[in-house]
Ligand binder design. Structure first.
Ligand SMILES: [Zn+2]
Length: 138
């Protein structure tokens, strides 16, 4: 899903959480930024693959538009990362709001990938990624 849609959906969702759950403005901001900045791993993947740092070029990178390719490991989009943030929420409550934003974002990613029949292009488990042969990945 394009960043602009995540920004719009994240803003609407954060505002809803603010009004419905009566959370603080700071907690609302945590949800919003988590729901958008989770995609920073796409940029990290771009830098890793191309050795280039341009945000604009990363945004326009065509890899996601290829019809068929191997799964891609996106570290912030893994179940293990979500579990880590969940555990951290016992240390600092703010991570609980970050988790809400991450899960919200992930749900929309999964819905979109499923709708486009492209769930195979994403690796959702860091452990499976570490155990499998890297030839199976992009
Ligand atoms: Zn995403």
């Amino acid at each position: 899903m394009l960043p602009k849609f995540h920004i719009i959906l994240g803003a609407i969702f954060s505002a809803l959480m603010y009004y419905l759950l009566q959370i603080t403005l700071f907690q609302t901001i945590l949800i919003f930024f988590a729901s958008v900045l989770i995609d920073f791993d796409h940029y990290l993947f771009y830098v890793q693959e191309t050795k280039k740092w341009s945000l604009q070029k990363a945004y326009n990178w065509k890899i996601y538009r290829q019809k068929k390719h191997k799964p891609i490991m996106m570290i912030f989009h893994t179940i293990e990362f979500l579990i880590l943030v969940f555990i951290l929420s016992f240390v600092w409550k703010g991570f609980g709001f970050i988790l809400i934003g991450l899960v919200f974002h992930s749900i929309f990613d999964i819905i979109q990938l499923g709708y486009e029949k492209k769930l195979y292009i994403r690796e959702f488990s860091l452990i499976r990624f570490l155990l499998r042969d890297k030839k199976n990945y992009f």
